[in-house]
Design a protein around this ligand. Sequence first.
Ligand code: ZN
Length: 401
Amino acid sequence: MNLKISKWKNAAQAPVVFVIDDLANIYIKKTTSTTLQIGEDWGHSAHDKNSMWNFLNTNLLEKFPHIKSTFLLVTGQRTGMTKDASYTYNQAMDGDEKFIKFLQYLQKHPNVELAYHGTTHGKAGETVQDFLQEWETFNTLEEAVNTTKQGKKLFKSVLGKEPQGGKYCGYKEGKYGKDSIEKSGFKWWSYHEDNHIWDKNSTDPRYKYDLEFIQGVVNIPTTVDASNLSLKVINKLFTRKYLKSIYLYLKEKKTVERHIDSLYYNSEVISIYEHTSPYMTTEQIQYPNIITDIENLNLIFSLLSKKDIWYATCDELADYFIDREKTALIITGEKQFKLTANKNLNSELTLTFHNHNNTYALHDNDDNFLAEFKSKKEVCYVTYPFKIDYNYKIIEVKSRS
Ligand SMILES: [Zn+2]
């Protein structure tokens, strides 16, 4: 029968996560206008007109309601890029009632996950080049773990539970990154900017397009930089980013569409990463960002909407991966099986087998019906909250005409 645990939930070809860095209780005024303008908000403005959340919903999430978003939250008061620089408004995550309520709203939202992105994001120097990212500032493992524990504690005091994962600030792990992430009890972490393999032809062996364990923590790679513009986004024709896309296409026939297709057909992780705002305390624009990239994001998610995708939060993805990797499928008889593991399952696993043109049902050992197998292409599959060491049967229901 060739029964297997599917690589991804619902036997999807590939998972998609949408990860947005630098949600923070900040806005930064860049225009003389007295009202909030698009791009100026990093999260503080909650549901207000032209806020980050309002812009993202109106221009993307309402059009593609299956998207699940993971926001990386800076928990404390974020530092500026240089010592003399400041934001127009800048508070910790618990700095005001409006932001607390907004975070609690996001936390309850079925398509949103909040994750951890440091306490201050780093330490400012005299110039932008002197800026140290948060994990680079730690002088001992103890300091890294204690600071991270404080950040997690603040997160929990506002949101009632600890963050399950997160990302280094600026992808810089410093001396104590991996050890501190392991010791801080995270389930998943985004360790590297893996899109570099595609973008810069790096042969750095750290970069991956698939999930793996790093010191027991699930590494969720960042594989699609959404500021790599499709050549179809012609309203960005004369921008530096568009010229870079033309260059990559002419030199190596690379396009963001081909990159996503490659991840998809190889059943790798399509993790699209972004920032909440284009503006920092410097004059530079921060890439990628949801404002500048909005047409590109629409094009990417429109492409994905025609594919066999599992839209997940990073936490859901990590849970499925851990359960899949830590569980063994034992065939106990003709169309009978059980799952064994040293732990209970946190996710609903999907089992598949090759289609024999019949329909099938999942039963327990007492012949109670549990679920029907669905089919697509050559496989039958069932997604179910399986219990460990429990006997299951697959029953042939009827022939398909
Ligand atoms: Zn960041």
